[in-house]
Each structure stands twice: as structure tokens, then as C-alpha cells.
Design a protein around this ligand. Structure first.
Ligand code: MRU
Length: 359
């Protein structure tokens, strides 16, 4: 359809156009590039739960826009009733997925913004302006993360990444994938390896698609080949994203990240985490307190709608794991590179002033 956004050279999967929220549906990639419209909070929750939009920063931004849509549609003449209804919608959005802290962080910021206003109309406009600002800020942050992280990448060796942390997982550019991209753009000819990322195949489906789009050669491997690859001496660095970083630096990210970090340590390879400050949760002291989402068994027992596991098998499907801070050589942020111990650096990071308005 002609009024839908085309994928520009700069991939931006979350678009506000003509008063509507449009998302590039990630469940359809790489087979087809289809945009969907989010009409309300129910639609946003469905898009987040079913991973039409996924990746910690991306789901935060979509939730912020969903708050703006909710604020515009609440029919309440006065602020107390308006805020009560907005808070109810906020709770629904926050519950959509539990691990990525960016979701609750974005929703809380919208609730706070609404509370600075004196009428529902003002609040609706203010929350929308905040959602726009968060989207812009995310792209800018990711570019800074890329610049900061590029300096840590080898000049020509191999770099291994996991899941999808690119433009699709953010408002644009990406975090860990952005680091690799920035290294490439700065002239470093790294050899990129990425996992397929069982069971949802974010790597095989999305990361492979993004690297191809960027013209960066990349090699796909099954998750369980990562140890052999590292032992072969072909990997100079491992870099992943994060869904929640605890105050002590323990980091939750896509299931399999901990295995990669342990294997990197065993092979003397630096393991880096790339994330914006919105992924740091100062209220969680260590990884033990991070809630880990478990998803349906069918994600493991079936592939592309075909049953692949024997009938009756029991399944455990945690979709994130926690990498202890001790295995992380550095946390790459938009404000610089943090080295262990992480407590003081992360504390200073979350104290940074936040963007509240569109420029
Ligand atoms: O389940 P997903 O696909 O939402 O998980 C995504 C990840 O684990 C990413 O590594 C993380 O959100 C960082 S994205 C910049």
C-alpha cells in the first residue's frame, strides 16, 4: 500500500505517520516486509507478546507510543479519572513481557509526563511528544554506543554476536549490532559471526537479514557451534545486547548469552555488553532478582508450524539468562565504556538527565 512507509536505507521499524503507529512486523521477516498498525493498548500488548516487535529498546518505544494512543482516547473530563485510566493501561503494557526493563521504564516516564499536565488534552500531547523524543534519543544513543564500542573491536579478526540487536530491536541503528556496524563503517574489516538463536531464530531470521541489508558479510552458525568457533581462534571479541542490567553489572539477555560469556572466558576472548542507560535497572541489585520470561513449549517443539519434538516431551523454555558481571569485560553505553567493577559507573549512568521534549 502506497501510504505505508518503505524501508529507507536507514532501517527504522517504528514509525509514527499521520497520527498512526506503524510497526514492521518481525514475525514476517525475512520472507516479507509487512507493516502493521497499532490502534490501541490491546494491539500494542499483542504486538509485544507475539514478538511482532521485540528487542528491549524497541518494546519500550512502542509502549510509549501506546501510552500516547491511550491518552488520546481516554474520555475523562478531569485529571484524576484520566490518570486512573492511564495507569490501568500502563499496567497492561508493563505486564506484556517481564524481562526487558526498558518497557516499564518507558511506561513510567509517560505516566510521570502526564502528571505534570493540568488537562487530559495537554497530557495526551505531552506523552506523544515524549514518545517522539524517546524514539529520536534511542537512535542517537545507539550511534554513540556504536562509536564507543567500535574502538574495542579487533581491526580484522572475528566478532561473534547473538540474537538480534540491530535496528529491528531498537528505534534504529542497533546496540551490539550497531557496534559491529560502526566498526565496519570506521574501516575495520571484522569477520562477523552470529548465532541462529534458538528457539525463535532472531539471529537466522533477523540479524542475517540486517547484515545483508547493510552489505556486511556475516556467517551464521548454530548456537552450539559457538564453542568450537571460539576454540578455533577465529574470534577476537564477543558482543551482545542486554535486556536488563542489574546495579552490580549482572546482565540478562537472550538465552544462550551466558554460555557465550563462559565460553569466551574459557578461551581468553573479551565478552562485551552494549546497551543504553534505559536498560540499567538500579532497583535490582543483582541478576538473581531479574525476572526471566518463560515462553510457550511450542516455540521449541515446533519449527515453522511443523512439530519437530516427540509428542509428550516436557519442555523448559526460559528465553533469557543472566551473565554474571565477572564474565563481562566491559559494558558499552552511549556515555562511554564502563569497566568492572560496575556499581559506581552504572549508578552515575542512570543519574544522567533524561530527554523530555522533541527538539
Ligand atoms: O526475546 P527478544 O527477541 O525480545 O530478545 C532480545 C534480546 O535479548 C536482545 O539481545 C536485547 O533485547 C537487546 S536489543 C538491542
Amino acid at each position: 500500500m502506497s501510504d505505508l512507509p518503505t524501508i529507507t536505507e536507514e532501517l527504522q521499524p517504528i514509525v509514527w505517520q499521520d497520527g498512526k503507529l506503524l510497526l514492521l512486523d518481525q514475525t514476517m521477516l525475512p520472507a516479507s516486509e509487512e507493516w502493521m498498525t497499532v490502534h490501541d493498548v490491546t494491539g500494542a500488548v499483542e504486538a509485544i507478546r507475539s514478538m511482532r516487535v521485540r528487542g528491549a529498546p524497541a518494546i519500550g518505544i512502542v509502549a510509549a507510543y501506546a501510552m500516547a494512543i491511550a491518552a488520546r482516547s481516554i474520555e475523562a473530563p478531569a485529571m484524576p479519572a484520566f490518570l486512573g485510566e492511564l495507569d490501568a493501561q500502563a499496567a497492561r503494557l508493563t505486564a506484556a513481557r517481564p524481562t526487558a526493563v526498558n518497557l516499564g521504564w518507558a511506561v513510567q516516564r509517560c505516566q510521570g509526563a502526564a502528571r505534570t499536565c493540568s488537562t487530559p488534552d495537554q497530557a495526551a500531547a505531552h506523552v506523544l511528544a515524549l514518545a517522539h523524543a524517546m524514539r529520536e534519543q534511542d537512535i542517537e544513543s545507539n550511534r554513540s554506543i556504536g562509536r564507543n564500542g567500535a574502538t574495542l573491536m579487533p581491526d580484522s579478526g572475528g566478532v561473534l554476536t547473538h540474537c538480534n540487536t540491530g535496528a529491528l530491536a531498537t528505534a534504529g541503528y542497533g546496540t551490539a549490532l550497531g557496534v559491529i556496524r560502526a566498526a565496519w563503517e570506521s574501516g575495520k574489516r571484522v569477520r562477523v559471526f552470529h548465532t541462529e538463536t534458538r528457539p525463535w531464530l532472531q539471529g537466522a531470521r533477523l540479524t542475517a537479514w540486517e547484515f545483508a541489508r547493510l552489505g556486511i558479510p556475516a556467517t551464521l552458525l548454530v548456537d552450539s557451534a559457538a564453542g568450537a568457533l571460539m576454540a578455533s581462534g577465529h574470534v577476537g571479541a564477543v558482543v551482545t545486547g542486554a535486556d536488563r542490567i542489574a546495579a552490580n553489572g549482572d546482565t540478562a539477555n537472550k538465552i544462550g548469552t551466558y554460555s557465550l560469556a563462559a565460553l569466551a572466558a574459557a578461551n581468553g576472548i573479551p565478552f562485551y555488553v552494549a546497551a543504553p542507560f534505559s536498560t540499567v535497572d538500579p532497583n535490582v541489585q543483582s541478576g538473581a532478582d531479574i525476572p526471566v520470561e518463560e515462553r510457550p513449549a511450542t516455540e521449541i517443539t515446533s519449527l515453522a508450524g511443523q512439530r519437530i519434538a516427540a509428542e509428550g516431551v516436557e519442555v523448559w523454555n526460559p528465553v533469557f539468562d543472566v551473565t554474571p558481571a565477572g564474565l563481562i569485560a566491559a559494558i558499552i553505553t552511549e556515555h562511554g565504556v564502563l569497566r568492572p567493577p560496575y556499581e559506581a559507573g552504572l549508578h552515575a549512568l542512570v543519574a544522567q538527565p533524561e530527554v523530555t521534549e522533541v527538539a
